[in-house]
Ligand binder design. Structure first.
Ligand code: IMP
Length: 429
C-alpha cells in the first residue's frame, strides 16, 4: 500500500484542495511539507466552502494533520486560520494538528521585507504573495531563523536574536526603514507562544510510528513544480522545492516513504504573478478560460493569467517530480470551444526544442508550437465515468497522456468531490 504525495504539476492553483480532500478521507494522516500560508486550497464539502492556506486539508474532516519541518510558519496567521475554521465548526486541537518543532517562523519583518522588495522592483518584481515566504526561507538557510521550538525559550534567545536582527536592520536601513524593535518583537512572540506551543511536536517520531504501523500517509504539496526553486521558471518561483522529493525531507522521513506521486494539472494552464508563460492567451480565449474557470487567486484575489495546456512543461514536471499519475482537473472549462490547442514543442531562434530551457531570457523568448484538435460542445461538468464524457474530450485526454508520457489517474469534472472519474486509485498501488 502506497503513501501518496499530491503535488501541483504546473504553476499552482491546479485544484489540489479538492483532490487532497478526496484522498484525505481514506488517509490516516495528512502532511504539509513545504511552503507556508502562500498556498490557497479551497475545499467544497457539501454546502460549506473552506479556504486553507497553511493548515493541511485533512484537518477539515478530522484526519490527523501534520505541518512538517519544510514549512515556514507564520504563528499569527496560524492562529487566525485555526480560529476561522473553529468558527466554521471544525475541531482543531493538539490531537488533530501537530506542528514540527523545527519549523522556522515567519516574523513581521519578513513580511515587511517581502513587500519592500516587491515595491522597489518595478517591472522586475516576482509578484509574490507578500507573506514573507522568501525572506523566511533565506533566514532558514542562513542559519539565523527563530523556530517553533524557540518559542518555549524566548528569554534565552540573546545572541540568536541579535544576529537575526542585525541582518534585518542592515537590510531595512537600505530601504530607509527603522531597525527592528526587539523588545516589541519578543513581547509579540511571548503573546503568541501560548497558542502555538501546544501543537508543537517532534513530528518525525509520529510519522515514523505511523509508517511502522502501516498507516496511510498523504503528503500535501503546495504551489506547483514550475514554481520550484530549482526546477521552476527561476527567478519567478517560490522559495522552496515544490517537487515530490521534498515530501520526505520536508517532513522528516526517508525517500521510500512516498509511493505514488499524483501530479495535479489543469486541462489548460494558469499562472498568477510575473514570469514567462509560453502558452498564455492574452486575448478572448484567455478571458473565456478565466471567466469559466473562476481564475482568481485564493490568497491574494489576483486575476490569474490563462492559456492552453503546455505538454512540454507538463512532461518536464512529470519527469523532475517522478509523477506516477496525473489528476486532470477543470476539463469542463474547455466545454463549448470549437477547437482546443496543446503546446507540443518550442521554437527558439529558429531551432526546435522539446524541453523548456533554463535561462530566463531563453524562457521568455521561446515560441510555442501548437497542435489543435476539434473541441466538444457537450458538457463534461459533473461526469463521473468515461461513458459520460464526449468522445472528443476523451481524445484530448488520451493525446495529453501520449505527449507527457504519463498516464491520467483521475479526471475531476467539478469542484464537488464526487464529480471525479477514477482510473487508477493512488492508495491501491
Ligand atoms: P511567494 O511564494 O509568495 O514568494 O511568491 C512567489 C511566486 O509564487 C509568485 O509568482 C506567487 O504568485 C507564486 N505563488 C506562491 N504561492 C502560490 C500558490 O499557492 N498558487 C499559485 N502561485 C503561488
Amino acid at each position: 500500500m502506497a503513501n501518496v504525495a499530491v503535488i501541483g504539476a504546473q504553476w499552482g492553483d491546479e485544484g489540489k484542495g479538492k483532490i487532497v480532500d478526496w484522498l484525505a478521507e481514506r488517509a490516516d494522516m495528512v502532511v504539509r511539507f513545504q511552503g507556508g500560508h502562500n498556498a490557497g486550497h479551497t475545499l467544497v464539502v457539501g454546502e460549506n466552502v473552506y479556504k486553507l492556506s497553511l493548515l493541511p486539508s485533512g484537518i477539515v474532516r478530522g484526519t490527523p494533520s501534520v505541518i512538517g519541518n519544510g514549512v515556514v510558519l507564520d504563528p499569527w496567521h496560524l492562529k487566525s486560520e485555526v480560529e476561522k475554521l473553529r468558527g466554521q465548526g471544525v475541531d482543531v486541537t493538539p490531537a488533530t494538528l501537530k506542528i514540527a518543532d523545527t519549523c522556522p517562523l515567519i516574523l513581521p519583518f519578513h513580511r515587511d521585507l517581502d513587500a519592500l522588495r516587491e515595491d522597489a522592483s518595478g517591472a522586475g518584481k516576482i509578484g509574490t504573495t507578500r507573506r514573507g515566504i522568501g525572506p523566511a526561507y533565506e533566514d532558514k538557510v542562513g542559519r539565523r531563523a527563530i523556530r517553533v521550538c524557540d518559542l518555549a525559550h524566548l528569554d534565552d534567545l540573546g545572541p540568536q536574536l541579535d544576529r537575526l536582527c542585525a541582518h534585518h536592520d542592515a537590510l531595512r536601513a537600505g530601504f530607509g526603514e527603522p531597525p527592528v524593535d526587539r523588545a516589541a518583537l519578543v513581547a509579540e512572540l511571548k503573546d503568541i507562544a501560548g497558542f502555538v506551543l501546544p501543537f508543537a511536536a517532534p513530528v518525525w517520531r509520529d510519522l515514523a510510528e505511523a509508517r511502522s504501523r502501516g498507516r496511510r500517509i498523504l503528503f500535501e504539496g503546495a504551489q506547483g513544480v514550475l514554481l520550484d526553486i530549482d526546477h521552476g521558471t527561476y527567478p519567478f518561483v517560490t522559495s522552496s522545492n515544490t517537487v515530490a522529493g521534498t515530501a520526505a525531507a520536508g517532513s522528516g522521513m526517508g525517500p521510500s516513504a512516498v509511493g505514488f506521486v499524483l501530479g495535479i494539472a489543469k486541462a489548460y494552464t494558469t499562472r498568477v504573478g510575473s514570469g514567462p508563460f509560453p502558452t498564455e492567451q492574452d486575448n478572448a480565449i484567455g478571458e473565456r478560460l478565466g471567466t469559466r474557470g473562476h481564475e482568481f487567486g485564493t490568497v491574494t484575489g489576483r486575476k490569474r493569467r490563462c492559456g492552453w495546456l503546455d505538454a512540454v512543461l507538463l512532461r518536464q514536471s512529470a519527469a523532475v517530480s517522478g509523477i506516477t499519475g496525473i489528476a486532470l482537473t477543470k476539463i469542463d472549462v474547455l466545454d463549448g470551444l470549437d477547437e482546443v490547442a496543446i503546446c507540443t514543442g518550442y521554437r527558439l531562434r529558429g531551432e526546435m526544442l522539446d524541453y523548456y530551457p533554463a535561462n530566463a531570457a531563453d524562457q521568455a523568448a521561446v515560441e510555442p508550437v501548437y497542435e489543435t484538435m476539434p473541441g466538444w460542445q457537450e458538457t463534461t461538468a459533473g461526469a463521473r465515468s468515461w461513458a459520460e464524457l464526449p468522445a472528443q474530450a476523451i481524445k484530448y485526454i488520451r493525446r495529453i497522456e501520449e505527449l507527457i508520457q504519463c498516464p491520467v489517474a483521475l479526471v475531476s469534472t467539478s469542484p464537488q468531490r464526487d464529480d471525479t472519474i477514477l482510473v487508477r486509485d493512488p492508495f491501491a498501488d
